[in-house]
Every structure is written in C-alpha cells, then in structure tokens.
Design a binder for this molecule. Structure first.
Ligand code: CP
Length: 321
C-alpha cells in the first residue's frame, strides 16, 4: 500500500491482511498502555474540508496510539478560505516534512488529486471524498461484520447483506460493496426509493429493491445510510416521515429481522428517519462497536503504509525535499 484512496480493486488477500493487522493491533492495546512505537517520529496531518466527528477523531487517536505526531488543520481557519488552492495547501504542508495526509473533501476525486501531486514517500489516506469512496469506513464495516459473523473470512461468502437508504449520495455504500464483493459476498441488496439509487449500480454485483420489507427479508446484515441532504442540491428530497415509513428501520421491522441479524450504520444517524432511536441502541445494533473498530482499522492502515512495510520497501526522501 502506498496510499489508500478506494477499496475498488483491492483483493481479498490485502483486505484480509488489513483486517488481521487491525485484530492484532487491537489485541495488543487491550492493556492500560495504549501506545505502540510503530510511527514514532512520523507526522500525520488531518486535513478535513468537510465536517466529521467519528472519522477525524478516530484517525487522530489511531495516529497517537502509534506514537505519531498529529496536526489537525482547521480548514475554516486555514488559508484555503483566503483562496489558496488544494495544490498549494498540499505543497505548503509538505514543506513541514509531513509523512501522511488524511483528507476529507466534498469533491469526488479530491484524494486522488492529492495522491497525484504528493511528493515521493508522502502517503494520502482518503477519509471520504464526495460520493465516491470512504475506504476506511468500508474496512471498519468489514472488520465489524467479520467479528460478529466470522471469524472465518469465508463467512462473507454466505452473507445476505442489505444496504438501505440514500445509496445515490453514499460513498460508504460504494466502499462497502467493493469490499464485500472482493471477499466473496454475492447477495448484496440495495434497498431504496428509485430516486436514491445510482443508475447502473447492478453492474457492481448487487440487486435493487424498492420495497424495504422484501429487501431486508432474511438478511444477516442491515447497513443503514443517512439521507445526505447536503448533497441533494435541490434534487429529490423525500419527506422525512414518508421516508421513515417506507425505508426506516422501525421497531416493527427490527423485530421481523432474523434474531442473529446485525444492524449497522456509519453515523451520524438521523433518529426517527432511517432508524428509530431505540433500535439504534438495541441489542442487535453494532453502531458504537463500528466507531470503536475504526481506531484499530485506521491504525492498521497507517502502520501498513508508514510503518515497517514502508521502511522495507520505500526509502524515506526527506533530504530531497
Ligand atoms: N461515518 C463517518 O464518516 O462519520 P463522520 O462524518 O462523523 O466522520
């Protein structure tokens, strides 16, 4: 791994290695000492052009637990608000000998832009770009599914997974689908009103359902998605009460799930819209476990890119900068 921009194209072997590394790191931090020296002396910058609670804080904790120095750039207070371009922002921060940028941006492709222009040896991690990809969310979702449906990696082949809600605007849905498909899941159901399903999504190897009760019937995993009003830009915005009635995980729908089905949501949740509040914190929900798993998974990705693997395969080039 040089950067992590998307899960598209990553094979089962690499995904499994990331999940296994996350398991090992989580295990080694179970005691009172929550620090490992793997990234000592390295500098990580969190560069968030869009709001975030879970991703930004768990990336920061992950980097700190690996002993890296971490900077969190407040974009509202940065010179991008004075017109500085993404390229100039990148080069300015690179001049401070940064090793890794964690980038979230509202534009699909922003993380690829950074990766294209990053100096040799500087790594880019995509923390969510527009509707395109949220690869560490996809990885932590795979980690959570394996933890509760595994431990055998072959568990993915037998799974029936429903991804419900605003798939059209969801980078999480795309990353989850790429990851699940790579690990062998064939029964992936996209459940949404026709206006919130991207054209041609069947080509990703999923089936499309416009009836929630039919779509979640007999599934092992339900992944709910937030209605992303900020990306709808005046296009179709369903009434919240109608959406909840037709596509929300209500108490009644939760009761009809298999008793061993798990309920997931990347957060933030809209209570009473895609999920009822007490279902979100009910016995089948893993929403908070997903947040916790985000730390181990992000540690694994950072350690694999900047840690021992990078020392073996890529000489550092600080002297040339
Ligand atoms: N799941 C997720 O990306 O949440 P945040 O927007 O809070 O980071």
């Amino acid at each position: 791994l040089r950067h992590l921009l998307t899960l598209e194209g990553l094979g089962a072997e690499l995904l499994t290695e990331i999940l296994d590394t996350a398991e090992e790191l989580e295990h080694s931090l179970r005691g009172p000492d929550k620090k490992l020296p793997l990234l000592r002396g390295r500098t990580v910058v969190n560069l968030f052009f869009e709001p975030s609670t879970r991703t930004r804080t768990t990336f920061e904790l992950a980097a700190k637990r690996l002993s890296a120095d971490v900077l969190n750039l407040q974009l509202a207070a940065s010179s991008t608000s004075k017109g500085e371009t993404l390229f100039d922002t990148l080069k300015t921060l690179e001049a401070m000998q940064v090793d890794m940028f964690v980038v979230r941006h509202e534009a699909s492709g922003a993380a690829h832009f950074f990766a294209q222009h990053a100096a040799p040896g500087v790594a880019i991690l995509n923390a969510g770009d527009g509707r395109h990809a949220h690869p560490t969310q996809g990885l932590l979702d795979l980690f959570t599914i394996r933890r509760y449906k595994g431990p055998d990696i072959d568990c993915f082949r037998k799974l029936r997974v429903a991804i419900v809600g605003d798939v059209l605007h969801s980078r999480v849905a795309r990353s989850d689908i790429h990851g699940l498909r790579a690990l062998g899941t064939t029964d992936i159901r996209v459940v949404a009103p026709p206006t919130l399903v991207p054209a041609g999504i069947e080509q990703m190897g999923v089936s499309v359902h416009h009836d929630m009760d039919e779509g979640i019937d007999g599934v092992d995993v339900v992944i709910l998605l937030r209605l992303q009003k900020e990306r709808m830009l005046g296009a179709y915005l369903p009434s919240m009460s109608e959406f909840h009635r037709d596509f929300g995980l209500t108490r009644a729908r939760a009761r009809a799930l298999r008793p061993d089905a798990i309920i997931m949501h990347p957060g933030p949740i809209n209570r009473g819209v895609e999920i009822e509040g007490d279902v979100a914190y009910g016995p089948q929900s893993l929403i908070l476990q997903q947040v916790r798993h985000g730390i181990a998974v992000r540690m694994a990705v950072m350690a694999m890119i900047l840690g021992q693997a990078s020392v073996r395969t890529r000489p550092r080039r600080r002297s040339t900068r």
